[in-house]
Design a protein around this ligand. Structure first.
Ligand SMILES: [Zn+2]
Ligand SMILES: [Zn+2]
Length: 319
């Protein structure tokens, strides 16, 4: 009996030892590590780039109520200032929280699509940029920001003349599109790019081949089309969208296209905050929550048939 008990304990200890590696966090990357954080801001976008030399870039700031969450993420990472903040386009689910961020954290440079919008949210953001940053750079394909030595952020779009009368939203179509490069790691930030944006990037022969793709427009059906995916060939695809969003983001069609393209998909509505770490050779993705493959590859349905795939309406625009 006693021997059986001892044997049982030994087996249990052996099993724990076997699982030790599986339960442990992924091995820390050696060398100089770059991080890209997809901050879970519900239905909206917010991405933070932190280089090994602590250069910081914030791409979008979610809806107005996301401001405190973004600032809390910055504080947690001990980030007191941002070298660059980017507003990909003036929809509320991308710039809503920007004013709050600009008030809380010193921002050295501000990059904007240059597209004006009639909403109070947009006007407030411009006022905050004027007051707290002092200057605004209008994005134009060809611009390049050197972050650390060997780490660059290139503007691939928009370019003049802006796309007009697209099938979806012109503001989305002229989103700032960025490419981040570090060794063999690269990432595309596509804002709410439309089909026409992708077609133009392809015809411009923009460098689209990347390791990681920030999927355009919360996984809407209007972009992330096959020709674009054939050029981008992402190994990792990140979708920012809210649980229970009424737009049906991400759509099944877009998830199916990503699956056929061989991308591993992560979603903020399922995984929460997502972080990609890379030392320029290897990349590791960590997530706040786990999700099953069945959940990841299942699209959401829009609440109504009129899924335009458009952004959250600006609730204050009527005032
Ligand atoms: Zn959006
Ligand atoms: Zn939008």
């Amino acid at each position: 009996m006693i021997i059986a008990g001892i044997a049982g304990i030994a087996v249990a200890l052996w099993l724990l030892w076997q699982f030790r590696d599986k339960l442990a966090p992924p091995p820390a990357l050696t060398g100089k590590v770059l991080y890209v954080h997809a901050i879970d801001v519900g239905q909206g976008d917010s991405y933070l780039i932190v280089t090994p030399e602590r250069k910081t870039v914030l791409v979008d700031a979610g809806l107005a109520e996301s401001g405190p969450r973004i600032v809390a993420s910055l504080r947690r990472l001990d980030i007191r200032e941002l070298d660059l903040a980017v507003a990909t386009h003036p929809h509320a689910d991308h710039i809503g929280g920007m004013g709050y961020v600009l008030e809380a954290v010193k921002v050295k440079n501000f990059l904007d699509s240059g597209q004006e919008h009639t909403t109070l949210t947009y006007r407030r953001m411009l006022e905050a940029v004027k007051m707290h940053v002092g200057r605004l750079t209008v994005a134009q394909a060809g611009q390049k920001f050197n972050l650390d030595n060997g780490i660059t952020l290139s503007v691939l779009g928009p370019r003049q003349p802006w796309l007009q009368n697209v099938s979806g939203s012109d503001l989305n179509a002229n989103s700032v599109v960025l490419r981040l490069d570090y060794g063999n790691f690269s990432m595309l930030f596509t804002g709410d790019a439309e089909d026409e944006t992708e077609a133009r990037l392809l015809s411009d022969q923009a460098p689209l081949d990347v390791k990681t793709l920030k999927v355009a427009h919360h996984g809407s059906r209007h972009s992330t089309k096959e020709p674009f995916l054939r050029a981008a060939k992402p190994e990792i695809a990140i979708i920012s969208c809210g649980a229970n969003n009424r737009y049906g983001h991400p759509t099944q069609a877009t998830l199916d296209r990503l699956r056929r393209a061989g991308a591993k998909v992560y979603r903020t509505d399922l995984h929460g905050d997502i972080a990609i770490a890379s030392n320029g050779v290897e990349s590791v993705v960590t997530t706040a929550r786990q999700a099953s493959d069945a959940e990841i590859w299942r699209g959401r349905r829009p609440e109504s048939a009129s899924d335009s795939g458009d952004e959250m309406p600006d609730r204050r625009s009527g005032r």
